[in-house]
Design a protein around this ligand. Structure first.
Ligand SMILES: *Cc1c(COP(=O)(O)O)cnc(C)c1O
Length: 363
């Protein structure tokens, strides 16, 4: 049964919308997965059945990102936020460089500072987190252990449109809100991590893509669940993993392959963002984009109306019209439309029609 009648347009920033075919398949397999008579949540993580699911999730990510053989894909818990601590606990020796283009990068710095010196080599705070450093503008510090950055700042709506080029300095990237949304040059990264609940699956599982060279830098004597090398050696099963989350990631990867993969979805994403930004830019100043045009995110489109009261009215009227999750983050206000991979292009058209109607009534 394909039942759309109860579904709304979900612009939530995270947990975000999942592809409907994935939800339907999970529903169909809920009581008995692969004829086992059990749900995926009820089978042993050591069973052959689950090992198959785990390896499908892993190969899904590997294939979609075209990962070189010398990278591991790990499934962890604790969210992307836990990586803010786990990264410096393992890799910060002396000092590390952090590129701060938004709220999440700022949080990552706070955790890293507990482990050593942090050089904030770019700070977008002065621009209200509306900017991204120009390609080639960054100066990396001598002796830094790594450089950390956030490829898409979910709250502020700014996104890098290039991969950092650092020479030999390892790049560690929080890609929680744009992973698998466009092709990236994975070979430039030593580690990429992402909480699943934006573009990959449900909350509660975090993927870590890490190259073998960085893995070798994990200090001896590390606590076992903080030890990427130990987790890799145990195939993400150093303890019970989030079996449900990994299963859903495997289904999302299947779905994305069916859409033509990362390259194809990137084209769709670009088009969705273009339509929405055009609605902002062509509103005679009624809607104002929050980010510099050159830094605009294709995943989280942030904008404001002429008054905070109108932001609120806009979001609540949108809700009455079946569009949910448009309120900006509680710390920044405004409006934010998150249009992840699974968000349908028609939904963006519905929003832009509503925007022009709302502007006409409130100018
Ligand atoms: C959502 C988000 C986080 C936090 O993720 P949790 O899984 O809640 O810890 C961190 N970084 C970015 C870029 C995010 O979008």
């Amino acid at each position: 049964m394909q039942d759309n009648s109860s579904r709304i347009l979900n612009f939530s920033s995270g947990p975000g919308v999942l592809p409907q075919p994935v939800l339907l398949r999970a529903r169909d397999e809920m009581l008995s997965i692969e004829g086992s008579g059990m749900s995926v949540m009820e089978i042993s993580h050591r069973s052959e059945l689950f090992e198959g699911i785990l390896s499908k999730a892993e190969s899904g990510i590997r294939d979609l990102l075209d990962l070189p053989y010398n990278y591991k894909v790990l499934f962890l818990q604790g969210g992307a936020t836990f990586q803010f601590s786990m990264v410096p606990l393992n890799f910060l020796r002396g000092s590390a460089d952090y590129v701060v283009t938004g709220t999440w990068g700022e949080k990552a710095v706070k955790e890293a500072q507990r482990c050593g010196d942090v050089n904030v080599i770019y700070d977008g705070k002065a621009s209200g987190y509306g900017s991204i450093p120009h390609k080639g503008d960054m100066r990396y510090s001598d002796g830094a252990s790594y450089v950390h950055y956030t490829s898409n700042e979910t709250i502020d709506g700014v996104e890098f449109d290039y991969d950092l080029n650092t020479g030999s300095l390892p790049v560690i990237c929080d890609a929680s809100s744009n992973i698998l949304s466009k092709p990236i040059d994975t070979g430039r990264y030593s580690m990429i991590y992402a909480g699943a609940q934006k573009n990959l699956g449900p909350s509660g599982v975090t993927i870590v893509i890490i190259n073998d060279e960085l893995l070798e830098r994990v200090p001896d004597g590390q606590h076992s669940l903080l030890d990427y090398r130990n987790i890799a050696a145990n195939n993400s099963m150093a303890n019970t993993p989030n079996t449900w989350g990994i299963y859903l990631i495997s289904l999302v990867c299947d779905w994305l392959k069916g859409q033509g993969g990362v390259e194809a979805i990137a084209g769709v994403n670009e088009q969705k963002a273009k339509v929405l930004y055009a609605a902002i830019d062509n509103s005679d100043g009624f809607y104002r984009g929050k980010a510099d045009p050159s830094a605009r995110s294709r995943m989280n489109v942030t904008f404001r109306l002429p008054a905070a009261m109108l932001d609120e009215k806009f979001c609540s009227e949108a809700e009455q019209n079946g569009m949910n999750g448009l309120r900006g983050h509680r710390t920044v206000g405004g409006v934010r439309a998150s249009i992840y991979n699974a968000f349908p292009a028609e939904g963006v058209n519905t929003l832009t029609e509503f925007m022009s109607d709302f502007a006409a009534r409130h100018r």
